[in-house]
Design a protein around this ligand. Sequence first.
Ligand code: AMP
Length: 278
Amino acid sequence: MQQRAEQIRRPGKTIAFVPTMGYLHEGHLSLMKHGRKVADCLVASIFVNPAQFGPNEDLSVYPRNPERDMSLAENAGVDILFLPTAQDLYPEGFETYIIQENLPDHLCGLSRPGHFRGVMTIVAKLFNIVKPQVAIFGEKDFQQLAVIRKMTKDLNFDIRITGLPTVRESDGLAMSSRNKFLSQNDRKSALVLYECLTKARARVSRGETDAGEIIKTCETAINSKNDTDVDYIRICDPETLNDLQTIDKPAVMAMAVKVGGTRLIDNILLFPPGTEPG
Ligand code: AMP
């Protein structure tokens, strides 16, 4: 892959890169379709990265379907699909990891210790292998995008990071490879995440500023559904991810909820009156 990247870049061609863990859905494909438009060559990777899973998480059962992924990626315009093995990327004796001071100590980082260390390490490795000029990530993983933007800046990777909006099912559920684990009943309960987020957004746009009140309403709504277990619901500054008590500037509301044992995340931007973009 490194040699291919070198060959592409030598005559001045550009590379766009979409890293994924596979089991592709329309969310992944939207990143790929964007990548297709912004560079000469589009590289995507599929790698279920052991370093970002905790000991009791779903690494061993994470959904996989490489054949289907290959044809979906090809149809989305991917020129090179990079499918390394864990042995390729973490050979015996591997012992260098990337850490970051602040952003990982919020939201998902609190319930998944070491997760962002694993994410940053694999993304940095993939950046060095694929050598893209632009890399594309989803806003669905809001904290991940923030952590990667910061890592890219702090470590001087010469790569433009693009974040793209969350692609949803027609009823609002954020697309995720993990949705496969939801039973029919879980699938119904899971709708409450986006319902809460859109209601919160509407409340803030009408002038509600009390973050605690909004979070409380959401918690009650989520707890009223079958088989749900709130990990966190936070309203924070989109840059620092520090909690906001008063929503007097644009904020992000983010949540992680276990639905029937499957951990789902989602987020939305909140705009107090007069702060909407555009
Ligand atoms: P994953 O395979 O879950 O690691 O995701 C790979 C990339 O796709 C990450 O940048 C995710 O943020 C992005 N992604 C995942 N789900 C969605 C979605 N529903 N909409 C847009 N991007 C997504």
